[in-house]
Design a protein around this ligand. Structure first.
Ligand code: GDP
Ligand code: MG
Length: 738
């Protein structure tokens, strides 16, 4: 469909600020059609939730050619309860049937359209060859379609023309464990594209009925998406809730349903995903049966360990003292819900809070990039570039000027970096097994203490060992670097060479077959002879590949970050005796228990899009540690000094860097939560002895990567959104930080 007004609005939106509904435009090369390009339009995920931003077209995935819509995804649809329009009371009152319930297959979305007789197969936002092309969804899907069309005795052109004539986009879910594993299993016999919709290529969302979809799908060899029709909305709700209890439909494990119905006479979708608390309830059900069969049996739970343990602590004695209930469950399979409700009542926790126990149990993924190199390999240059592009942590051993306790200081700084970043680069040569061992041990401890899931990633700067070419490259770089280094300075060439040779002589290559290098989950080839900019790209694509990180690099941003890294001036220690110096105190704060804080946030922010982004998006960072700042050295000098004087003794007695507990309890009352598009913080009041010099005392909760935490201050003064909560009193502890 031609729609020049829409295209004009999209073009205008592509120049907007991110906060005002920016759309990203991308020109794609169409597969097998040299010279044919097609534009894709991608909105920021959070804008679909925004009540302020009105998107020109709320479709997820849109491709156009000149003024024509060629491929159109579904309008973004939400889970039950996720937004106002999908709360059950709106669904029950505002939608009309019949309700078509399609099974939610679990793969990646594929869209298919036709243009001038040419078949266009896309992923959600891309088609054609891509940069960082390690896993190309549209290519894999294209190949599957080609093979299937052949089997069905059809041609690509027939499918393309049919879609083009009817002006439709076919939408499907590509599920294939061989290509990419999701949660549910798709072995070869059930792998392929499950066709689930035919959308008209119009601005207004219009989609055809499931039987029409399946008819077209069958003719062209697509897999069929099962559906069932339910007349009324009450029946629909009952049906979904019943399926959720088992997580299965027709004996098959599924992820949930997509429900298609009408609202105000227009097509309206919502989804119903089987998830918590049903998964937890299912675990309790199974656990109940296990302990009824054998009261001594231990329940080895993975998914909901803490919550199920709590449940069993209650259920074991309760079932013993209520044999009639135990019998009903065992003989009739009834009474489980009654038991569950008794437990919830007894524990005085909502399902949300019980689930939160689990979230805290589960580790946060942390990625450590560990160079293995010698001097001049470009460790710092690569690290600076990456840190600047993605806001990662970068800790330089060469910045640690103390001689005694050097590793302790280094590891304290690493630990601090983990509290602020999910990816940290540990910039040191790590050229010997002993050094690597020392790092792994220290970081395993940090992981245990903080509940991190550590991913150790080696950066192999010398994959061919310290050969002649590498020697020449590094020597010439170090000579050119001259005095721009923390420790290698004011030295003549022989002295520099001697140090470098020392490292070269001691160098032990990465040997993943044995300890300690067997701890590396991934080793990336960043041969120093190749040049640091290419090595940055190598790191990015390896991480995207191995961990689906979705890191994007625009050439101009990479160039700018790399030039800045080359220009970087090392922090040269000043003064005559920098060696023993500890970091100076930088601020005082009241720290609150992170588990309590997480529970509070989770129970008050259910369904909040910013909060959801914080949990799932790689572009966002949720704080690991929560505090109310009382006074900063730089900005609140008087109050800072007063605190320093008051706690002088404790402060001078402490040796560690980082947070130092001053052994004083302070109440913190959390009153509301505020956010804008960049940062979220909780507004608090401090009824105790210590007060904050901030105009709006707050606890920073999380932010988009790259946004400095101190921006919370300005945001609190001028927030976009705020939720009032029932005030919660937490017991905090007075701390100083250095
Ligand atoms: P490190 O000792 O491994 O941390 O190495 P550096 O990152 O400090 O690099 C040594 C010197 O070489 C520095 O002066 C860098 O600016 C420079 N350098 C690093 N990578 C490159 C590169 O790819 N090209 C050029 N021309 N210089 C580089
Ligand atoms: Mg360096």
């Amino acid at each position: 469909m031609y729609d020049s007004a829409l295209l004009a609005e999209l073009a205008a939106a592509s120049t907007q600020k991110a906060s005002a509904g920016k759309v990203k435009r991308h020109t794609n090369q169409v597969w097998d059609a040299p010279g044919l390009t097609i534009e894709s339009w991608k909105f920021n995920e959070w804008d679909y939730y925004s009540t302020k931003v009105k998107l020109p077209i709320p479709s997820r995935g849109l491709f156009t050619k000149e003024d024509q819509i060629v491929v159109r995804g579904y309008d973004k649809f939400f889970n039950v309860g996720e937004v106002e329009s999908t709360k059950w009371n709106s669904i029950l009152t505002e939608t009309t049937g019949p309700y078509a319930l399609t099974l939610k297959e679990n793969g990646c979305k594929i869209m298919i359209g036709g243009y001038n007789g040419k078949l266009i197969v896309t992923s959600k936002n891309r088609t054609g060859p891509q940069e960082n092309d390690y896993k190309n969804h549209s290519l894999a899907a294209t190949n599957w379609i080609k093979a299937r069309l052949k089997e069905a005795g059809k041609t690509e052109q027939e499918l393309a023309s049919e879609l083009e004539e009817k002006d439709l986009t076919a939408v499907g879910e590509f599920c294939d464990d061989n290509f990419e594993e999701h949660v549910l299993a798709y072995p070869p016999e059930s792998a392929g594209i499950y066709l689930n919709g035919l959308n008209r290529n119009t601005r207004e969302f219009q989609t055809l009925a499931p039987n029409v979809v399946n008819e077209l799908g069958a003719r062209y060899g697509f897999l069929r998406t099962d559906f069932l029709m339910v007349e009324g909305v009450d029946e629909t709700k009952q049906f979904l809730e019943k399926c959720a209890e088992t997580g299965a439909y027709n004996g098959r494990d599924i992820e949930g349903f997509v429900v298609r119905c009408k609202k105000d006479g227009k097509d309206f979708f919502f989804k119903y995903k089987f998830k918590e608390p049903y998964l937890m309830y299912r675990e309790w059900r199974t656990a109940t049966h296990v302990i009824l069969k054998d009261p001594q049996a231990a329940w080895k739970s993975k998914m909901h360990k803490e919550a199920t343990n709590e449940f069993l602590k209650f259920a074991r004695p309760y079932l013993k003292s209520h044999p009639e209930l135990a019998e009903k469950i065992q003989k009739e399979g009834k009474g489980i819900i009654e038991l569950r409700e008794k437990f919830l009542e007894y524990s005085n926790l909502d399902p949300e809070q019980l689930l939160q126990l689990q979230i805290n149990e589960k580790g946060t993924d942390k990625y450590v990039l560990i160079p293995v190199a010698t001097i001049g390999c470009g460790k710092t240059t690569v690290a600076l570039t990456l840190a600047s592009l993605y806001g990662w942590g970068h800790v330089q051993n060469d910045d640690v000027s103390s001689k005694s306790g050097k590793f302790r200081t280094f590891s304290n700084r690493i630990s601090q970096a983990f509290s602020e970043h999910d990816v940290v680069i540990v910039d040191r040569n790590n050229h010997q097994f002993r050094e690597r061992q020392q790092l792994f041990e220290a970081m395993d401890l940090m992981a245990d203490a903080n509940g991190y899931d550590m991913h150790y990633i080696g950066l192999d700067f010398l994959p061919n060992g310290p050969a002649q070419k590498e020697w020449e490259v590094t020597l010439s770089r170090v000579m050119n670097r001259g005095d721009n280094h923390q420790t290698i300075r004011n030295m003549d060439r022989p002295a520099v060479e001697a140090i470098m040779k020392g490292f070269r002589g001691r160098y032990q290559p990465i040997t993943v077959a044995k300890e300690p290098d067997s701890n590396f989950e991934l080793v990336i080839d960043v041969n120093c002879a190749r040049g640091s900019k290419d090595n940055v790209t190598a790191v990015v694509s390896a991480l995207n590949d191995a961990y689906d990180m979705d890191l994007e690099t625009k050439p101009e941003e990479l160039n700018a970050a790399f030039s800045a890294a080359l220009e970087h001036k090392a922090k040269i220690p000043v003064g005559t005796q920098p060696a023993q110096k500890r970091a100076t105190w930088s601020f005082f704060c009241i720290r609150v228990d992170s588990k309590e804080m997480m529970q509070l946030l989770a129970s008050n922010l259910q369904g909040n899009p910013f909060w959801q982004e914080l949990q799932v998006s790689k572009g966002m960072s949720l704080k690991q540690e929560f505090h109310v700042t009382l006074a900063h050295k730089a900005s609140e000098k008087t109050q800072f000094k007063a605190l320093k004087t008051k706690y002088h003794k404790l402060l001078t007695g402490s040796k560690e860097n980082g947070f130092v507990d001053l052994n004083v309890e302070e109440p913190v009352i959390v009153e509301s939560i505020c956010w804008n598009t960049r940062i979220m913080a909780a507004a608090v009041s401090l009824p105790g002895e210590h007060c904050s010099s901030n105009f709006h005392p707050h606890i920073t909760v999380g932010m988009a990567k790259g946004v400095p935490p101190k921006e919370a201050n300005a945001m609190m003064n001028n927030y976009d959104n705020r939720v009032e909560i029932k005030p919660v009193r937490l017991t905090g502890r007075l701390c100083a930080f250095r």
